[in-house]
Design a protein around this ligand. Structure first.
Ligand SMILES: Nc1nc2c(c(=O)[nH]1)N[C@H]1C(S)=C(S)[C@@H](COP(=O)(O)O)O[C@H]1N2
Ligand SMILES: [Mo]
Length: 504
């Protein structure tokens, strides 16, 4: 055995591993090229699977401690797992190299990657492209040592075959990964703007007038988010949100009803619509967090869809969604529920539940189910997705006044401002203390917007003491009840306490 051949043998394991990893990367890029960031992307499907099956403690920890980082971490793990799975398939293909002729290893790799991908995503097209990309890398690597031309080059160059094998894998994988990334990113951009938003029931002079009213009633305080949020928070269990086609979507009323009724998108958007300002707040956010926002929603009352099904005296309802999310709550809360398919003068954005979502006035965000597909009437209570994981987030929101803005004004004065929200109880008053809670002053409140579930802005200016001081805010709801001072962490029933910030 020649010297080169021996070295080739010894290092073949590591070489194969590297080739397989690059094949895995190329496979991932192939999947992304076709699917972009949707659940048919192999890593998107795995991330979704992780979010649905990881123990509640891990998910809760991830939300509370890691926040959005948790989501990114989940995506990263899913990307890594995808590459590893595809690389494993390539290793199986490469192991055949010792027994079979070129190009069997590449073909087997392509087939295995495609099968794995279909198994995970259920989507054929991205899986075939993933298989092809991974297969190409294995073919390229094998070609230089096993293909006819490769052996000529082998003797003509000084490079060892194992080295050239890895170089060939990298050289073929890099353009595939790069191209896949570009194609997939373009697809994501298209998916987000794929809906024709220039027509539809969300475009109307009434919407324009309401948005203008909100702009007018918003305080001109630097750095304060207006009454209709510029940047509406997004919280859901998905790393890749469902990418639904309105023409294929339907909403069915099921469960303990006289008859099941199914509605299509056309059935719903063709009706006479209403436009409502509604605020949402996530139960899992920090006391002074930013997961509380307001939009102008276009839609119809949910009961218009539920009543035709024939609902008797029942306890509860379960809302189910295309991302397998589900939340349950008492039936009476559904009575004021709204089905929104428009947001701020456009169709509902994909991230907020396109084509339609539920809005349940005054309740924590989690039961405002996005990508809604089923309204199931229940005879008995059942836990929802988050309640199974220990949360109690289906009830009415806690009253809160947030302190997000501290501005220096002329002449040593300061301006503090924020938003206050108490669900359907409304906000009657916000008080500010600039001495740690010893004395209190009324803040200015923005004029209320029309609607029964909307936040208000507050602001307060004062002459700042020269020393560091504690600013505390507290709201009183429309029933006259003062915001609870008792401090509680978000888990399990939502944050409570008075927001306090040190100002200097
Ligand atoms: N289908 C579905 N709906 C969902 C969720 C989800 O994960 N899946 N998350 C809920 C949670 S916890 C909140 S706070 C709100 C947030 O709505 P937004 O993302 O539009 O702000 O959506 C709710 N609806
Ligand atoms: Mo939430």
């Amino acid at each position: 055995m020649s010297h080169t051949a021996m070295r080739w043998r010894d290092s073949a394991g590591i070489q194969s591993l590297v080739v397989a990893l690059f094949a895995g990367l190329a496979g991932l890029a192939g999947s992304f090229a076709v699917a972009s960031f949707t659940p048919t992307f192999v890593a998107g499907a795995i991330a979704g699977f992780l979010a649905r099956t990881l123990p509640g403690e891990i998910i809760t920890f991830s939300i509370l401690v890691l926040g959005d980082l948790g989501d990114q971490l989940n995506t990263l793990v899913a990307l890594g797992l995808s590459v590893l799975l595809f690389a494993l398939a390539a290793l199986v293909g490469l192991a055949l190299d010792n027994y079979v002729e070129y190009p069997v290893a590449g073909v087997v790799t392509a087939a295995l990657v495609a099968v794995i991908s279909v198994g995970i995503t259920g989507a054929i097209e991205p899986s075939l492209v993933a298989g092809a990309a991974a297969g190409i890398v294995v073919l390229a690597a094998d070609f230089v040592v096993r293909g006819g031309v490769g052996s000529d080059i082998a003797s003509a160059t000084a490079q060892s075959p194992d080295r050239r094998r890895v170089l060939a894998a990298i050289a073929s994988a890099v353009p595939l990964v790069f191209g896949g990334y570009l194609l997939g990113s373009r697809g994501t951009a298209q998916a987000d703007s794929g809906v024709d938003d220039s027509t539809g029931p969300w475009v109307s002079s009434e919407v324009d007038a309401l948005l203008a009213e909100a702009a007018e009633k918003s305080f001109a305080v630097a750095g304060l988010e207006p009454l209709v949020s510029d940047d509406f928070y997004q919280v859901d269990i998905n790393s890749t949100d469902p990418d639904l086609d309105a023409s294929e979507w339907s909403l069915t009323v099921t469960g303990d009803v006289e008859r099941e009724v199914t509605y299509t998108y056309e059935d719903i958007v063709g009706r006479e619509v209403e436009h409502q300002f509604v605020s949402l707040r996530c139960v899992g956010e920090a006391l002074n967090g930013k997961k509380m926002d307001t939009a102008l929603w276009t839609g119809i009352p949910l009961m218009d869809l539920v009543e035709p099904a024939g609902v008797g005296e029942n306890c509860c309802v379960m809302l189910r969604a295309a991302d397998d999310f589900y939340e349950e709550f008492p039936l009476p809360a559904l009575e004021d529920g709204f089905l929104a398919f428009g947001m701020n003068g456009g169709p509902l954005p994909r991230g907020h539940g396109y084509p339609a979502r539920a809005l349940i006035p005054g309740h924590w965000g989690e039961i405002n189910v996005k990508w809604l597909t089923e309204i199931e009437i229940l005879e008995q209570e059942m836990d929802g997705y988050w309640e199974k994981r220990g949360w109690h987030g289906t009830g009415p929101v806690n009253t809160v006044a947030k302190l997000h803005v501290i501005n220096d004004l002329e002449g040593g004065r300061k301006e503090v401002a924020g938003h206050a929200y108490a669900g359907t109880r409304g906000i009657e008053r916000v008080e500010v203390s600039t001495d740690g809670g010893s004395t209190w002053n009324d803040a200015d409140l923005s004029e209320p917007l029309p609607g029964t579930d909307v936040w208000r802005q507050w602001s307060y200016t004062y002459t700042a003491p020269p020393e560091e001081h504690e600013v505390v805010v507290r709201a009183t709801d429309g029933t006259g009840e003062l915001q609870s001072r008792e401090e509680a962490s978000p888990f399990p029933s939502g944050p409570s306490g008075w927001v306090t910030r040190t100002v200097r």
